[in-house]
Each structure stands twice: as structure tokens, then as C-alpha cells.
Write a protein that binds this ligand. Structure first.
Ligand code: ATP
Ligand code: LTN
Length: 337
């Protein structure tokens, strides 16, 4: 008998019509590799997305568009379970139970909430935004996931998940697998091309330094040619002194599957222009097939919805089993059928 593969889960909010290069390099590329070694669950976190106001028709369209981009980037819905969070009711149901086990003070310490609430003004922030990390804990625990690949910014939410799992287990008996932090390397962090001290992020004030997966190739190339660097003109990797160039070298090395040193060696002495031109080709060469495949998939929304439906069924089987145990353990009276 072969060992079962370890369970893995991760997700993103479908809150824009395109993913960006940071999402691709920081999340999708590693997800794609991890689906080989894991029993992987990937989902579109639409319940999380509505913690800030969303236009209903746009949310629905962005959920399909983000799904198509996952698939186009290599997430295979016949190997991994790729589903929409709201299509599996157990997410909302488990979140309620976990809400009752989370201290108000404990939730108040979540830094992502504090940052997001500060942006909107404390009074305008919803209670849903406040309990966001508890819903996220439920996502993970429902599937008994061991590995949860996320960026450093999500570490605190994974720690909360571990605490809640431990608390539930000691109070009601062993129910949840306690997930391990699986923090993706900072080397996979991509910075804004116009403002290389900030990470590439869809909530940036200007989108001039963001590469969208769905941008036209010409637009992508132009954004790279205009990337902010420095004035000394020397091609070498120095994160501190030359953050703009270091970011370009990182993107080059990852997408062209080679070391940063080999890129530096090739372009040393050549100035930034040649490097940017070659990088534009590498980025367009990577993203153009993904964009084309995404558009093709979006041509048949019925088929996308069907794939999501089948995958939600499989997700539901696993999730419902965990939820049944939870309901039983906390003392809910079961409906007789
Ligand atoms: P927001 O601005 O709303 O926070 P975002 O554009 O920063 O959004 P998220 O939705 O927070 O993106 O992240 C989705 C996934 O992409 C996460 O796994 C995150 O770690 C990864 N990710 C986001 N931005 C980057 C980046 N610049 N470099 C590497 N990974 C990133
Ligand atoms: N908060 C995460 C998205 C997310 C998630 C999850 C990631 C929601 N639920 C469960 C991993 C596991 C984000 O903003 N990147």
C-alpha cells in the first residue's frame, strides 16, 4: 500500500478581475508544484470576499474569472479539488462554532484586521471583517489539512487556527488535525515595479507597477520597460541598495527557471535596457498562454460551473464529515431522517 498523500489547502479571494504576477509567483506556482505531492484543496474564498463591499454581479464574474486563471496556470481540477467556498455550506457552519470558542481579545489582536479596519475607518468595518480569521480557521480545519501554503502575512491566522484546533480538541476530544505553518519563502515575494519597497498588491494606489495576468502583452512589456530601477546602471543583485533591479532579477530567475547569478552574469555590462527587454519577453512568454487559455475557458462558463459543481461535491463530502463530528461533539441534537 502506498502512503496517502498529506492533505493541503489554500485559497484566495476572488476580489479582482485578474490575478497579478505576485499572486502567480507567490501562490499559483507553488500550488501547482504541491499538487504533485499532496492531496490538495484549492478554493475561491467568496465568503471572505464579502467582508468588504462587493458588487454582486462583479463578484460572480470574478469568481469565474479567478477559477479560469487557476486552471490556466496549471491547477488541475481532476487532480486537485478546486471549489467555491460558498458552494460548501459547512464553511459558514463551522465558523459559527469556532466563533464561540474565540476570545474577543484574541480576535482583536489580529493585525490584518487592524490594518484593513484602519483603512476603512474603524466604525465602517464590518463584524465579518473582524471574524475573517475565524472563518479562515474553519476552512483549514474542515479538511483536516496538514499543510497550508500562505505568505508571511497570513502567519498569525495560521497560529490562530492551531490554537482553536487545540482548544476544541482538548475540550471536546480529538477532532481536528492541527495544521503546520507552511510559510512560502520570502524569495517568492514580488514587489511593485514603480514602488519596489512595497509588495505588488491589488490594493496599491496606482496600478502602473502591477503586472496583471490578463493584461495585453503590449501593456505588460511597457510596464516592464518603465520599471523603476536606479541610476548607477550596474547589473548586480543587491536587495537593499538596488531594490527595483533586485525585483526584476528575481522575476527573471523564477520565470526562466534559472539562478539569479546566471541572469546577472548574462546581463552584467549590458545596462538595464537589455535586461528589461529580455525580461519582458520572458514574462510575456509565461503569461500569454495563461491569458489565452483563461479566455478560452471563459468562453464556456457552463463548463466551468460544471467543473466547480463536481469539485464542490467532493469538497462537501470531506467537509460534511468533519462538521457532523463537530456538531455531535458540541452536543447538538441530530435531526432524525
Ligand atoms: P490585497 O491587496 O487585497 O491584500 P493582494 O493582491 O496582496 O491582495 P492577496 O489576495 O492578499 O493578494 O493574496 C493572494 C495570494 O497571493 C496569497 O497567497 C499571497 O501570499 C500571494 N501574494 C500576494 N501578493 C504577492 C506578492 N507581491 N508576492 C508574492 N506573493 C503574493
Ligand atoms: N486570507 C487568505 C485567503 C484565505 C485562505 C484561507 C488561505 C482564506 N481562507 C484558508 C489559506 C487557507 C489570503 O488573503 N491570502
Amino acid at each position: 500500500m502506498t502512503e496517502p498523500k498529506p492533505r493541503l489547502l489554500s485559497g484566495m479571494q476572488p476580489s479582482a478581475d485578474s490575478l497579478h504576477l505576485g499572486n502567480y509567483i507567490g501562490a499559483l506556482l507553488s500550488w501547482k508544484a504541491l499538487q504533485e505531492t499532496h492531496d490538495a484543496f484549492f478554493f475561491l474564498a467568496d465568503l471572505h470576499a464579502i467582508t468588504v463591499p462587493q458588487e454582486p454581479e462583479l463578484l460572480r464574474a470574478n469568481t469565474r474569472r479567478t477559477t479560469a486563471q487557476y486552471i490556466a496556470a496549471g491547477i488541475d481540477p481532476s487532480r486537485s479539488t478546486l471549489f467555491v467556498q460558498s458552494q460548501v455550506p459547512a464553511h459558514a457552519e463551522l465558523a459559527w462554532v469556532l466563533n464561540t470558542l474565540t476570545g474577543f481579545g484574541e480576535a482583536s489582536r489580529m493585525t490584518q484586521f487592524k490594518d484593513k479596519a484602519a483603512k476603512q475607518g474603524q466604525e465602517a468595518a464590518s463584524v465579518g471583517l473582524f471574524t475573517y480569521p475565524i472563518l479562515q480557521a474553519g476552512d483549514i480545519l474542515l479538511y483536516q489539512a496538514v499543510d497550508v501554503p500562505v505568505g508571511e502575512d497570513q502567519r498569525q491566522h495560521i497560529e490562530l487556527t492551531r490554537d482553536l484546533a487545540g482548544r476544541f480538541n482538548s475540550r471536546f476530544g480529538d477532532t481536528f488535525t492541527v495544521p503546520k505553518p507552511y510559510i512560502l519563502k520570502d524569495t517568492a515575494k514580488i514587489f511593485d515595479l514603480q514602488n519596489p519597497s512595497s509588495k505588488m498588491s491589488k490594493s496599491a494606489e496606482s496600478h502602473a507597477g502591477l503586472i496583471w495576468l490578463m493584461d495585453e502583452p503590449k501593456v505588460t512589456a511597457k510596464k516592464i520597460m518603465r520599471a523603476v530601477t536606479d541610476t548607477d546602471g550596474e547589473v548586480r543583485y543587491d536587495r537593499e541598495a538596488k531594490p527595483g533591479l533586485a525585483n526584476l532579477l528575481t522575476i527573471f530567475a523564477i520565470l526562466d527557471n534559472r539562478s539569479i547569478e546566471s541572469v546577472v552574469e548574462e546581463f552584467a555590462g549590458g545596462g538595464y535596457g537589455a535586461l528589461k527587454k529580455a525580461l519582458a519577453e520572458v514574462v510575456v512568454g509565461t503569461l500569454e498562454p495563461i491569458r489565452a487559455r483563461t479566455l478560452e475557458l471563459l468562453d464556456d462558463p457552463g463548463e466551468l460551473d460544471r467543473i466547480l459543481g463536481l469539485n464542490a461535491e467532493r469538497a462537501n463530502e470531506v467537509a460534511q464529515q468533519t462538521l457532523d463530528t463537530v456538531y455531535d461533539r458540541v452536543g447538538f441534537l441530530r435531526r432524525v431522517r
